[in-house]
Design a protein around this ligand. Structure first.
Ligand code: OOG
Ligand code: MG
Length: 262
């Protein structure tokens, strides 16, 4: 059912306020059980429009729920897509203030930077690799605005797929010079390896997640611009963090990236 524009705007304002003020909320489908996929992405687009009106800049895009580990952890069965703006970006080795977040979790991600514009439908792994410039490691901090991190897919889409902070770093590599399926991933908190994985955990090949994002944008009449940063989705399950935690992600051939929670 197509929601009224007024309802979309109200829900976007509500969800963005929850993000800005670190307040949780009940999932929005409780009050709007007929919300459809288009409504959910329209709410997300309105959250972005609010930020752009205040001077934010889009710095990239994300695919989420692209690994079995993540889908199983959140009890869902399909990927979702969101946007990244400059206010989410943390410098390599930087600090994230726990007080600005509700219940943050960290994710180990393989990230792409594109060299050419990509358009769907029909985008596939080959087109993504041909259009990609470099790959590098990234830690995403997700922070669902929904109470106890409990949501359904449409609610999480409206909430910009829990996006809250991210850091990229390490060593960049030519996207075509590494086998992205067999890249080993070691995720450490306070020096202890807490989760392990390999690139193939993300839809068989992390570039498949980027292709799905491009095809999703195509359905909405949008393109993935040249020079976009894309987070392809958590390789392992997401891990809760608290003040004092030091998070480090090592990816084979791509060095490491870290951040601290204070
Ligand atoms: C949704 C976002 C998931 C990923 O990389 O899988 C995500 C969530 O689990 O809150 O960003
Ligand atoms: Mg993620």
């Amino acid at each position: 059912m197509a929601m009224h524009k007024k309802t979309i705007d109200q829900l976007a304002e509500h969800l963005e306020n929850c993000q800005l003020h670190a307040k949780d909320t009940l999932k929005i489908t409780d009050d709007h059980p007929d919300m459809d996929w288009k409504d959910a992405y329209d709410i997300q687009d309105e959250v972005l429009a609010r930020k752009l009106r205040r001077g934010a800049r889009v710095v990239g895009f994300k695919a989420g729920l692209t690994s079995h580990a993540k889908m199983k952890q959140m009890n869902v069965d399909s990927p979702v897509f969101g946007f990244l703006v400059d206010e989410f970006s943390v410098p390599e080795g930087g600090e994230v203030k726990i007080s600005e977040l509700i219940h943050p979790k960290v994710e180990a991600e393989i990230c792409f930077i594109t060299k050419h514009e990509l358009r769907g439908p029909g985008c596939n792994i080959a087109s993504v690799l041909a259009a990609s410039d470099v790959v590098l490691p990234g830690i995403e901090v997700i922070d669902s605005r929904y109470r106890d991190f409990k949501f359904d897919l449409k609610s999480v889409v409206a909430d910009n797929t829990s996006a809250s902070r991210f850091v990229v770093g390490g060593q960049i590599a030519d996207a075509r010079s590494v086998d992205l399926r067999t890249l080993g991933v070691v995720f450490e908190i306070n020096g202890e390896a807490v989760a392990l994985g390999a690139g193939a955990a993300v839809l068989g090949h992390p570039a498949a997640a980027v292709a799905m994002l491009v095809n999703h944008l195509g359905e909405r009449g949008q393109v993935l611009p040249a020079g976009s940063l894309v987070l392809s989705g958590g390789v392992t399950e997401a891990i809760s963090v608290k003040a004092g935690d030091h998070v480090n992600l090592r990816i084979q051939h791509l060095g490491s990236v870290s951040l601290r929670f204070v």
